[in-house]
Design a protein around this ligand. Structure first.
Ligand code: TYD
Length: 199
């Protein structure tokens, strides 16, 4: 199994890039599965809906996101190429507030079987100016996005922190989210080729 994960704050263009990659894989007949967190299967999507509309405390959220993740990973087939819309970096970025949160999240990451550590993670780093421009154009999304909108600086610095950590052999690629979607897509395909995930 090979895993690829996509990360980023709202309006970073993460979903657009996932769609472009899905189209690329389809037209090049590359067998793959696309999934998202939280969610990914029928049962977990139901829980996703509840969680993203609720106001649980932070510790419960950490445990929930990992429970959802472990549950999904346990059902994954062996030789698939799986693309994740968010993975453990999201929990670190969004739910890491105290040093206690940090050690809990790192411990939980260490509990993930090595075969489920992504080969590569793409993080779309958005600057405040681009974020505000895109927000003005498109409006705010769901309750969770609203809840974390004012946490931009903390979330961004948490992403920068986990970017520097060595987690298995995974590669962490930070992409400037203000670049054009076509250029970013080319960069992603290029990285995947260099990692030999695709030909
Ligand atoms: P996302 O899947 O990007 O949905 P949308 O494109 O509709 O914004 O994000 C869902 C929300 O879940 C987002 O606000 C981030 C949050 N989230 C966490 O806080 N921690 C996590 O571990 C995960 C996976 C998501």
């Amino acid at each position: 199994m090979k895993l690829i994960s996509f990360e980023g704050f709202e309006y970073s263009g993460k979903s657009t890039q996932i769609k472009l990659l899905q189209n690329y894989f389809r037209s090049n007949k590359i067998k793959s599965t696309f999934t998202r967190e939280p969610g990914g299967n029928k049962q977990l999507e139901k829980i996703r809906k509840i969680i993203l509309q609720s106001d649980f405390d932070n510790l419960s959220l950490i445990l929930f996101f990992f429970a959802s993740r472990f549950s999904l990973l346990s059902t994954m087939k062996k030789d698939d190429l799986v693309v994740f819309d968010r993975f453990f970096d999201s929990t670190y970025a969004y739910q890491k507030i105290t040093s206690k949160d940090k050690s809990l999240i790192i411990n939980l990451i260490n509990h993930i079987d090595r075969k489920f550590i992504p080969t590569i993670t793409f993080y779309f780093k958005i600057n405040k100016k681009t974020l505000l421009q895109r927000k003005m154009m498109r409006g705010q999304k769901n309750y969770f996005d609203k809840k974390y909108a004012s946490h931009f600086t903390r979330i961004q610095s948490n992403y920068d922190e986990i970017a520097k950590m060595k987690i298995g052999k995974r590669k962490f690629i930070t992409i400037d989210a203000s670049k054009s979607k076509e250029i970013i897509h080319e960069e992603i395909v290029d990285h995947l080729k260099r990692c030999k995930l695709i030909k």
